[in-house]
Design a protein around this ligand. Structure first.
Ligand code: AMP
Length: 656
């Protein structure tokens, strides 16, 4: 059925199909879908795939996270000719990130049938893009500016294009790409199928559709699904004064695993990220002031699960797909409702539960009311916590952080010591002292800990530290001290000792004797800061984790190197049977890299199973690691944070 958008809407039940097998797909495409782990089509796929397969033009109201890429990727893989040696489909997307994401997805869907996409976006080499396209890509996925450049220069031929996809069309128009899109469409063959995906259908999208589409079928997930049902919408009424402090209180209560914190201005992103870091959370900001490569770095940290809070403007967050994002926080409430829908659509994906939390100041109440009316979103009002709740929240957060850091078995001598401490009348004081030290020390780093630490607003009297130190000295055996001196040269994850080890950081007794500033935000500015990571370099350290852990505990990853390999290239086998990609690291044995330590760091900081970290080849000055494609982003992000002998490792995809 082909209808004009204003005339009728195809109802979900008309198009309902429960299974990919019922969609007239080839065995190759079905095989690829199965390899991707898709079991059932999502609602937008159920509705859109049959329409696209029928050849009709289509407008689909769907946003990122609904499975919309596969909704057009599957029919493209099915309908394009793998043997045809020209570009047959063009997918226009608003951002480079989305271009890469869509390219990845179409690659996976098309791999068995031999359909290959090429990504084309600004800021990358024209020549490389041209050669990628001319080496047999049937689909070009690109941003409007760069696609138009290629079209005008004639470097990519679009005369064979018979399928055009406008992905996130509302985003493209709101970014001001209308002229480019029009010029591109006018340069394409008029006999084509045009598919438009958009989270919202404002009037400029309707105009575009009227001009360039032939009576499209409109696939709508119904008003309710525009804002995914899996999302709970919470609002906290705030005064608007001291917003960052309110944000920290909200985070303390809600305790999100990870979140994008949206801000209306670039300045706010930096202020908020700073406040979060000062409070001990790992947070990074992105806005359009950051270079593309910096933005990529931060986003890949987030994607790999190595960043808890990404503080972003709407523009910078475009195209981010973080499938496991649990929370979206509106630090400032957006002025446009469409922006609210886009922001909150980053969570609650693919049937997972998500939460959208907004700080609502008096001036936002009108917009909130409008949101409820227009999108029928039921918001749940919550109160900022009182002091007692806040204190409890801090305690829970810290407890979680500790549990996360010390989940592995600790060497026996420390377990015995712990038992002694807990049974001693000094036990509480010792434990409190150690805990306070740990959290204060973390506050002084700009860390990327895997768990959050809430550190401000807690006071711990100096006497407690003195007591704790005395007790620690008594308990410290010579044996322990000797082991401390036997410590191996550490390979450490910069700023992230929590991630590296499963036991407390080594810290010198001298370092402990330094006076502590009050544990507040201001603490950073005061002299005599608490012991930082450098404290490790001081003499007579307490036994280090590395020393204590020899031989490793049963549960810890073990990557033994044999000394007979000294002076030669070495190999450690991993491998999971998945397609793999090789990573090049610009340091090797002569630079102090040790395979066992490197593998341990990677396992610790990515949380991936040991087998996923793959095969390592080490040379004098270079190391190559093969990892399964699915682990590639996570391993790259983790490698970017590893230091050997004070030097950061540089990792990049190995050349073929
Ligand atoms: P998208 O809306 O295209 O950004 O998709 C969001 C995520 O859902 C992507 O990681 C897809 O790989 C994944 N996805 C798409 N379709 C399905 C499906 N039918 N089953 C499971 N996951 C899917």
């Amino acid at each position: 059925m082909t209808t004009h958008p204003s005339e009728s809407i195809a109802s979900p039940s008309e198009l309902l199909s429960t299974n990919f097998n019922e969609m007239s797909l080839s065995s190759e495409v079905l095989q690829a879908i199965a390899q991707m782990g898709f079991e059932l089509p999502t609602p937008v796929q159920t509705e859109a795939i049959p329409v696209i397969m029928s050849g009709s033009d289509m407008i689909a109201m769907a946003q990122t996270g609904t499975g919309k890429t596969a909704a057009f990727g599957i029919p493209l893989a099915e309908k394009l000719d793998p043997k045809g040696n020209c570009v047959q489909a063009l997918v226009l997307v608003p951002t480079r990130e989305l271009a890469l994401q869509v390219t990845r997805e179409i690659t996976a869907i098309g791999v068995v049938r031999g359909i290959r996409p090429a990504a084309v976006y600004g800021g990358a080499s024209f020549t490389t893009q041209v050669s990628e396209v001319s080496s047999g890509a049937q689909v070009v996925v690109g941003t409007p500016g760069r696609v138009l450049d290629h079209m005008r220069r004639g470097t990519i031929k679009f005369s064979g294009v018979h399928k055009l996809v406008l992905d996130e069309a509302d985003e493209m128009l709101s970014m001001g790409f209308e002229k480019e899109i029009s010029e591109i469409i006018e340069g394409l063959p008029s006999k084509r199928q045009t598919l438009l995906f958009s989270a919202t259908i404002p009037s400029d999208i309707q105009r575009l559709a009227q001009r360039y589409m032939g009576e499209p079928t409109v696939v709508s997930l119904s008003g309710d699904d525009v804002a995914a049902k899996e999302i709970e919408h919470y609002v906290y009424l705030v005064s608007g004064q001291g917003r960052t402090k309110d944000l920290l209180r909200v985070i303390g209560v809600e305790r999100p695993d990870n979140a994008i914190v949206f801000c209306n201005t670039r300045e706010e992103t930096q202020t908020v990220a700073r406040a979060l870091k000062t409070a001990g959370f790992d947070a990074e900001w992105i806005n359009s002031d950051l270079s593309q490569s910096e933005r990529e770095r931060v986003m890949s940290l987030m994607r790999a699960g190595n960043l808890k809070f990404l503080v972003a403007t709407d523009v910078a967050a475009r195209g981010i797909d973080i499938s496991l994002l649990g929370h979206v926080i509106n630090y400032t409430f957006p002025e446009s409702l469409e922006v609210y829908i886009h922001r909150t659509g980053r969570t609650g994906r693919m049937g997972r539960r998500g939460a959208a939390i907004s700080l609502i100041a008096p001036q936002d109440i009108g917009n909130l009311y409008y949101l409820r009316l227009t999108y029928k979103i039921r918001t749940i009002e919550k109160q900022l916590p009182d002091e007692r709740q806040e204190q409890l929240a801090i305690e829970f957060t810290r407890f979680d952080a500790l549990r996360g850091s010390f989940s592995r078995r600790t060497p026996d001598d420390f377990t015995k010591l712990a038992r002694r401490v807990s049974q001693s009348i000094h036990g509480e004081a010792i434990l409190a002292g150690l805990l306070a030290e740990r959290f204060f020390a973390n506050a002084e780093q700009t860390p990327l800990p895997r768990t959050a630490h809430w550190v401000d607003e807690v006071t711990a009297p100096k006497e407690r530290f003195a007591q704790a130190r005395e007790a620690a000295k008594v308990e410290q055996s010579e044996d322990d001290a000797a082991r401390g001196r036997r410590r191996k040269r550490p390979v450490r994850v910069s700023g992230d000792d929590d991630v590296l080890t499963s036991a407390p950081k080594p810290r010198s007794l001298e370092a402990k004797a330094e006076p502590y500033p009050p544990p507040s935000v201001e603490a950073k500015a005061e002299p005599n800061p608490p012991p930082s990571v450098e404290a490790k370099a001081e003499p007579n350290p307490l036994p280090s984790v590395e020393a204590k852990a020899e031989p490793e505990t049963k549960d810890a990853p073990q990557f033994e190197e044999s000394s007979e390999f000294e002076g030669e290239d070495r190999e450690v086998a991993g491998g999971s049977g998945e397609p793999e990609r090789e990573i090049y690291i610009d340091a090797g044995r002569k630079d102090g890299v040790r395979i066992s330590q490197l593998m341990k760091d990677l396992v610790d900081s990515t949380g991936l199973p040991r087998s996923s970290v793959g095969r390592v080849r080490m040379m004098g000055r270079a190391t190559f690691i093969k990892v399964p494609l699915s682990a590639f982003d996570a391993v790259m992000a983790a490698l970017g944070r590893i230091e050997v002998d004070g030097r950061k490792l540089r990792a990049e995809p190995a050349k073929e």
